[in-house]
Design a protein around this ligand. Structure first.
Ligand code: URA
Ligand code: CA
Length: 433
């Protein structure tokens, strides 16, 4: 087989075979195929797209380029959840204990974040003593006993994706639906899930800026999952404003706890119930999404979802009393209010810029080696659609440095006020296989 023939075939919009896809993926991972040939092939894929068969083969070839996690020692159907990336997205912290409380096994592998705020692991580390360094036996034992554990990412998962992603980044080929879909799905499949729930974000603050592209990405990923034997569903949800009110780390832990108590922000609660219901159905614990949702509402109502969170925190070295005493979490020294300068309705909250604002005061990483300040962040006081008067507090910046003049301006500029009440819709579509 020759790489030039594979490139020519794709350039001419013909379908690549499984063997041809394996040849370039494994060859590139081994260092036998050079960057310039893979670049040319990626650009051909960017322009000509891929068939369902090709995109599934590409996904599995990337899965096979490295290790796969074996979760077979964990009882039941293992369901994983993936978000394509939102600002202030605390759903994992809510969902994991929520679905575990109805008997779904949640063996969660999570990473640190690079971006606006920390990842799930960073947020959990705001809880003193909490650790994710579990060996395989401990991890499996905790999930079998209490249905829930979070372990830090380890092992050599999907090295082909790491290499191809880095090349896409510098060859203007990130924005390709088959390449994004196979990249995300390869990582989820290698991590060992039997079933996968996807939260595809759409809006200014998301990868997919419009609903049509978001739908195509969601459908492609659902097809890949189902094609390779992993039951997959997707939700398309809005990123026209950050999720919930908190953007940060410790403050997002509090927001998740409030949601488990039934007192969380409406949008975070709704998204958690919608995604959670899908997880419960895929795990075979309910026959319909309606039934699953009722089960989840019941465990919030009777306190068992919160109880599950406490057991989880205790199992991994943290103090479960944080759920009743938030002063046990890291506190920011300064609180600075950002006020409205005019009256009207909040028409839009630029998630991206609010995320950047939180990141600049220390809630997120600019580079891999940055150390986060888990205490700091932004608390929104309003949501899109709310009416405001001049002088009303729009948001509070919680920081450990006193002068946050730049951040005030950035936050104010991100919150748009207009005369008309806008339409808002959190859940845009649900895609089932
Ligand atoms: N996230 C991924 O993991 N891969 C992509 O290609 C895009 C977003
Ligand atoms: Ca949030």
């Amino acid at each position: 087989m020759r790489m030039i023939d594979i490139i020519t075939k794709k350039r001419d919009n013909k379908e690549l075979t499984k063997e041809e896809i394996d040849y370039f993926v494994q060859g590139y991972t081994n260092g036998e195929v050079p960057d310039y040939q893979v670049s040319a092939l990626l650009m051909s894929i960017f322009f000509n797209g891929m068939t369902k068969e090709e995109v599934s083969n590409l996904t599995m070839s990337m899965v096979n380029s490295g290790d796969q996690i074996d979760l077979s020692a964990i009882e039941g159907i293992k369901v994983d959840k993936h978000s394509t990336g939102g600002v202030g997205d605390t759903t994992t912290l809510v969902l994991a204990p929520l679905v575990a409380a109805v008997g779904v096994s949640v063996p969660k592998m999570s990473g640190r974040g690079l971006g606006h705020t920390g990842g799930t692991v960073d947020k959990l580390e705001a809880i003193e003593g909490f650790h994710v360094e579990l060996d395989k036996e401990e991890f499996i034992e905790l999930v079998n006993k209490d249905k829930l554990a979070v372990v830090g990412q380890s092992g050599n998962l999907t090295p082909a994706d790491k290499l191809i992603y880095a090349l896409r980044d510098v060859t203007a080929t990130v924005d390709s639906i088959p390449l994004i879909a196979s990249s995300i799905m390869s990582k989820k499949i290698a991590a060992g899930a039997d079933a996968i729930v996807l939260d595809v974000k759409v809006g200014d603050g998301a990868f997919m800026k419009n609903e049509e592209d978001a739908r195509e990405l969601a459908e492609t990923m659902v097809e890949i999952g189902n094609h390779v034997g992993r039951n997959t569903m997707a939700v398309i949800s809005s990123m026209d404003e950050p999720l919930g009110l908190a953007i940060g780390n410790a403050n997002e832990v509090i927001e998740a706890i409030e949601t488990l108590k039934g007192k969380g922000p409406a949008d975070l609660t709704e998204l958690s119930l919608v995604l959670g219901a899908q997880m419960v159905v895929l795990a075979g614990k309910a026959d319909s999404l309606e039934e699953a949702r009722k089960m989840l509402e019941a465990v919030i109502e009777d306190g068992s979802a919160l109880e599950k969170f406490k057991v989880f925190v205790k199992n991994q070295g943290g103090n479960p009393d944080i759920t009743e005493d938030y002063s046990l979490l890291p506190q920011a020294e300064f609180k600075t209010e950002v006020k409205a300068t005019e009256r009207g309705f909040i028409s839009k909250m630029d998630s991206e810029n609010l995320g950047v604002a939180a990141s600049i005061i220390g809630a997120g990483r600019q580079t891999k080696d940055d150390v986060l300040d888990l205490a700091v962040g932004i608390m929104l006081n309003k949501k899109v659609g709310d009416q405001v008067e001049a002088g009303d507090v729009l948001a509070t910046i919680e920081s450990n440095k006193q002068n946050v003049a730049d951040t005030i301006e950035r936050v104010r500029a991100a919150i748009h006020i207009s005369d008309e009440k806008p339409d808002t819709k959190l859940i845009k579509a649900i895609i089932t296989g």
